[in-house]
Design a binder for this molecule. Structure first.
Ligand code: SF4
Length: 126
């Protein structure tokens, strides 16, 4: 159902991507299955290269504070390194922003935010 949902929600315009080097940007990679599917869709539409950029660090730990994330063993970054994840999703390269880079982009000076799903440090315990 999840895979069907992706195909219903996202479509590739082959005339736009055929023969191109494509950069795809997503907010996160959780299980990796959706990313794999959309990379396949873009590849099938004729993209020459696909480089995947993620606007958060690797999601390695579950959230206990109300966000419905997978169990740890289902989180792809809990058992694979970045190169392995890149191979799994079928991208030519994969890049994540660092935790420091993400906070710098958010201009969080003087503020504290939870980042437990990236680093495993739960500020309010589990
Ligand atoms: S940053 Fe904290 S609250 Fe937000 S999803 Fe990750 S673990 Fe949950």
């Amino acid at each position: 159902m999840r895979e069907l949902g992706v195909r219903l929600k996202l479509n590739v315009i082959p005339e736009v991507v055929a023969g191109q080097r494509v950069i795809m940007i997503d907010d996160s990679i959780v299980r990796g299955t959706t990313s794999k599917q959309i990379v396949q869709m873009v590849r099938k539409a004729g993209a020459r290269e696909i480089h995947f950029m993620v606007a958060s660090p690797p999601t390695q730990y579950p959230c206990y504070y109300g966000i419905d994330t997978s169990r740890r063993e289902e989180l792809i970054a809990s058992s694979m390194n970045i190169s392995e994840i890149s191979d799994f999703i079928g991208a030519d390269s994969l890049h994540y922003i660092s935790k420091e880079g993400m906070f710098a982009a958010l201009k969080t000076e003087g503020e504290e935010f939870c980042a437990a799903c990236f680093c495993g440090d739960y500020p309010a315990g589990r």
